[in-house]
Design a protein around this ligand. Structure first.
Ligand code: FE
Ligand code: FE
Ligand code: ZN
Length: 277
């Protein structure tokens, strides 16, 4: 069965997200752990979580993907900014244990002129400070488009972060289709070739989730502007091949396309209709 969902608003809590997901035909979803600007998070309401877990069990909703605020920078040149990222991410990991075995995705960061090598070291240091042997959450590094001084637009950079992380069995990768295409990996023209490269450098067993977005920009543009499926440079045919690919079809897919709930419902219905049994 296809595991598919989209990004949902967490403002009304977990049970509400479960209901939104069910309403649009999703069996998974992504949400921000807090305001994307990174402010303080509402404390978890254990009753809401318990109601949600019952609902999710009944409606076969799983593979929760929590997304860290995208304004955090684990490899900022400013120590205070790095400390803030560390504090927020450590708190997110603590809160995520309310929903065991979740995924936690974050943008590795921007080295802001310090160089990729230094950035990679800072990101690995932060992960080594916040990850614990008892956590059930898998932390995912998102593949980035390479805009500005972003770290993580090359598979080699992600592999290097993982190799320097102590609890690396709890680390994986979330591939964003818009980002990898913008970064210069031709998933449209040669999906097999890109997956082979991913496998050789990172290992396909590390690939745990896919952000499924079309791109407003052409190949290798290093831009990162998401588009609705079929309305950008990747095209509908690509997404049909992607979700049916032998090496990917078991993974959870999360839409982050510019849509409201009804638009997501349509994309999810289309994805299900082209998914081969
Ligand atoms: Fe992201
Ligand atoms: Fe993404
Ligand atoms: Zn993006």
């Amino acid at each position: 069965m296809l595991t598919v969902g989209c990004h949902l608003s967490a403002s009304k809590g977990y049970l509400d997200m479960g209901r939104q997901a069910q309403k649009i035909g999703a069996n998974t979803f992504q949400f921000f752990t807090r305001n994307p600007r990174g402010g303080s998070a509402k404390e978890i309401n254990p009753q809401d979580v318990s109601n949600f877990l019952t609902f999710a069990n009944e409606h076969h909703i799983g593979n929760l993907l929590a997304h860290a605020p995208y304004t955090l920078n684990a490899c900022s040149a400013d120590g205070k900014t790095r400390e803030f990222a560390e504090m927020v991410m450590a708190d997110d990991l603590r809160r995520l244990e309310y929903t065991p075995n979740s995924l936690y995705n974050f943008h590795p960061g921007s080295h802001v002129g310090q160089g990729t090598e230094k950035g990679i070291g800072m990101i690995a240091d932060l992960l080594n400070d916040i990850m614990t042997p008892t956590q059930t959450t898998t932390v995912l590094l998102e593949t980035m488009s390479g805009k500005g001084s972003e770290v993580g637009s090359r598979f080699e950079e992600l592999a290097e972060i993982i190799s320097r992380t102590k609890l690396s069995d709890k680390i994986g990768v979330c591939m964003d289709t818009c980002h990898v295409y913008d970064a210069g990996y031709d998933i449209v023209g040669d999906l097999d070739g890109v997956l082979t490269e991913f496998d050789n450098i990172i290992g396909l067993d590390r690939l745990r989730a896919i952000h499924i977005n079309d791109s407003k920009n052409p190949f290798a543009s290093h831009k990162d502007r998401h588009e609705k499926l079929g309305e950008g440079s990747l095209g509908l045919d690509f997404f049909e091949r992607l979700i049916n690919h032998e090496k990917l079809r078991h993974l959870p897919f999360y839409l982050e396309t510019p849509n409201e709930l009804d638009g997501y419902a349509k994309e999810i219905a289309w994805l299900k209709s082209v998914y081969r049994r």
